[in-house]
Design a protein around this ligand. Structure first.
Ligand SMILES: C[C@H](O)[C@H](C)C(=O)SCCNC(=O)CCNC(=O)[C@H](O)C(C)(C)COP(=O)([O-])OP(=O)([O-])OC[C@H]1O[C@@H](n2cnc3c(N)ncnc32)[C@H](O)[C@@H]1OP(=O)([O-])[O-]
Length: 664
């Protein structure tokens, strides 16, 4: 866990050896303490160098050890011994020096860092080689350094605090960092370090720390998929994709073209009309040029080809269909692709919730069909839902997952059902928000409650951004609203359950959100982003409630959070029961990377476990009793079962899901 060598007869070289990131596990700390003692006590040793194996210095404390009691020698006394030692210690840094790894570098008297190191502030060594060995160390001890205190420190920290509170609502760590900076600038080292330890202890024992550690491992677990057949992430070889084609140059298609081209994959982009093709082409080129400029590289425009003819696709490795969300149209595209593309070409769909297997069924290669559900904007959002149809082969799934990772996405394998995972859960979440409007809340009150919880955007601001017409079109196609709805249907019921027509009423007024300058909010112009409460919406709500004799009531933020987030998690439990998601961590990763769920809350499933499953169950029972015509408030059988089993930790829920029909 740490190797000790004597080089040039007088330099002790200590190499951290805990692959893959040399995390400071108890074994590493123990080995380091032993090696440092050996080096400091050996009269032949005049200097010490600490480095990390595998081109990485140190990825910090071993996060896996946080779950239980601390074992082995604590880190701080070890760092103090290095700092106070009488022999110069040099940190030879490559790759990363994170957290405790950063602290280790800081207490070394000198640092030499490879120029490609990220995550590190350089402490520049004045001369090359070990000519420092005989020099006094006092000026090199971090405890002896003086921190200049700017005269306007309070004002400076005030501004930073405001910024942090805006950008990281409710997050503890950044505010603690500001307090640590204040301590470093205004206190002697010993008091400053003591203050920092107090701040660290508060954070370390917080629910937010547990949520962030959970997210870290959940993100890495999400890529480890398994099929009922036993095929899985580490025994299914992905195909190499050198060439791809995108059908449809709408917002999603353009983003997908950019995502592929900027990682070196040649892309043929197809549109149905010359004008659409030309517009899409100009937008893609502009996006790639801006992206390349930002990254300081040249735009890979030579990888692009734009065409009106599917015939040009005959040799590509993979196609992603991104046409209008209409099943009949998609089926025609897949039938055509079947004829044009060579037999081994993978055919993928970017549908946001339609039946992937129905599309597979119209092709000559159902085993090569898979969903690749990108999130808008596709070249920015990191989430990729890889939707496994029952006939998708393990090689096809492995290829889609690997391609997602190559594009810098967080790929999550999910089963095939309406809305898959993310959008299926979004429906009850948004339904609750509109029901709360009927009952007395306003869009801005609901959004504020959700944004105070930690969401970057509340549900109504998010809908205005995405465009209200998207959902409206889906509801019309599903027969929930529009001229085809049976007039005998009571306006507030559909299929025997409660239905809120307010979003339809808003759309019928041409209020589609930011794009039209009016939606749930009003904006200074079409395309504007500065959302202001709109009195016309307030009037619409008042008129609506009086028309249906709804007596508005004061609704607490707590009720808003419980009804929206417990309904969200409840659908997550159903998704686990249906085998559409392999584990709760996958659901949480989808919501962290696709829907802006605040990371310091862990995700909808982790949040439910932190609130306490018994509490979630009790509140859902309460709300379902109050609203019996809202099925998604009825507690799921899995939630009840987990509570009956004593509410085990989220990481063990899989053991209680005996789903024989897992889609994954
Ligand atoms: C006060 C002080 O602050 C306290 C005391 C602390 O120090 S708190 C801890 C502070 N340290 C961190 O926050 C660093 C967290 N790690 C990272 O940011 C990244 O890992 C990376 C270093 C930039 C490398 O990225 P990568 O993309 O090349 O590889 P990977 O896929 O991410 O990771 C490869 C494998 O290593 C595992 N791993 C990475 N870092 C780890 C860590 N610190 N502890 C335990 N395991 C870790 C990870 O789970 C994965 O495992 P598996 O999935 O293969 O089984």
């Amino acid at each position: 866990m740490a190797r000790y060598e004597l080089v040039k007869r007088s330099v002790a070289l200590i190499t951290l050896t805990n692959p893959p990131v040399n995390a400071l596990s108890s074994a590493v700390r123990h080995a380091m303490a032993k090696s440092m003692e050996q080096a400091l006590n050996d009269p032949k040793v005049t200097a010490v160098v600490i480095c990390g194996e595998n081109g990485r210095f140190c990825g910090g404390a071993d996060i896996r050890e946080f779950a239980g009691p601390l074992r082995g020698p604590p880190l701080v006394p070890l760092l103090d011994a290095i700092e106070a030692g009488e022999k110069p210690v040099v940190a030879a840094i490559e790759g990363v020096a994170l957290g405790g790894g950063f602290e280790l570098a800081l207490v070394c008297h000198y640092c030499i860092a490879h120029f490609k190191v990220n995550h590190f502030v350089l402490k520049i060594i004045k001369a090359v080689g070990m000519s420092r060995a005989a020099k006094p160390l006092s000026s090199r001890r971090v405890s002896m350094l003086t921190t200049p205190c700017p005269p306007d420190l309070d004002a400076l920290l005030e501004v930073v605090t405001m910024e942090v509170k805006k950008k990281a609502r409710g997050v503890m760590a950044p505010l603690a960092c500001i307090q640590a900076v204040r301590a470093a600038a205004t206190m002697p080292y010993s008091k400053g370090i003591k203050r920092e330890s107090e701040l660290m202890a508060t954070l370390f024992n917080s629910g937010q720390a547990r949520a962030l550690q959970y997210c870290f491992f959940a993100q890495r677990t999400a890529g480890k998929w398994t099929l009922p057949s036993g095929a899985q992430w580490n025994n299914s070889k992905p195909r190499e994709i050198r060439s791809a084609a995108i059908i449809g140059l709408g917002t999603m298609g353009r983003g997908i073209v950019v995502s592929l081209a900027r990682v070196g994959i040649s892309v043929i982009a197809v549109e149905s009309e010359k004008k659409l093709l030309e517009t899409g082409k100009q937008m893609v080129i502009g996006m790639l040029e801006r992206d390349a400029k930002r990254r300081g590289v040249s735009a890979s425009l030579n990888l692009l080809k734009f065409t009106l003819s599917l015939q040009d696709l005959k040799d590509v490795d993979l196609v992603i269909e991104a046409v209008f969300e209409d099943m009949a149209l998609k089926k025609r595209v897949f039938q055509e692709l079947s004829k044009v593309c060579r037999p081994a070409t993978l055919l993928c769909t970017n549908t946001s919730g339609l039946d992937v297997d129905a599309l597979a069924g119209v092709t000559d290669r159902p085993h090569l069909v898979v969903g690749m559900h990108f999130f808008s904007p596709a070249h920015v959002m990191k989430l990729l839902e890889v939707v496994c149809g029952p006939r998708s082969s393990s090689e096809t799934i492995a290829t889609a997952m690997s391609l997602g990772k190559r594009m810098g996405k967080v790929s999550v394998a999910v089963g095939n059902c309406p809305g898959f995972v993310g959008n299926r859960m979004l429906k009850p979440y948004m339904d609750q928000a509109t029901f709360l409007l009927e009952e007395g809340a306003t869009p801005e009150q609901i959004d504020k409650a959700l944004e105070d919880f930690g969401f970057a955007m509340g549900v109504f601001r998010m809908s205005d951004l995405a465009g209200l017409d998207v959902g409206w079109r889906i509801r019309k196609e599903s027969g929930l609203t529009g001229p085809d709805v049976d007039p005998k249907n009571p306006p507030r019921r559909r299929h025997g359950r409660r239905y809120c027509p307010i979003p339809d009423m808003v759309c019928e007024q041409g209020r589609f959100g930011q794009k039209t300058g009016r939606g749930w909010y009003m904006y200074d112009k079409p395309g504007g982003t500065n959302a202001k409460p709109d009195p016309l919406i307030q009037n619409l709500l008042e008129m609506y409630r009086s028309r249906y004799a709804i007596q508005p009531r004061n609704i607490s933020d707590q009720e808003i959070i419980e009804r929206c987030l417990f309904a969200l998690a409840n659908e997550g439990f159903r998704i686990l029961e249906d085998g559409i998601a392999a584990r709760p961590e996958d659901i949480d990763v989808i919501y962290l990377f696709g829907y802006g769920f605040p990371r310091h809350r862990g995700g909808p499933m982790f949040y439910a476990s932190m609130v306490g499953l018994e509490r979630v169950l009790e509140r859902l029972e309460h709300y379902h009793q109050a609203h019996p015509d809202v099925p998604h408030l009825e507690p799921s059988p899995l939630l009840k079962k987990l509570v009956a089993c004593g509410s085990p930790s989220v990481q063990t829920w899989r053991e209680h899901i005996k789903t024989m029909h897992s889609h994954l």
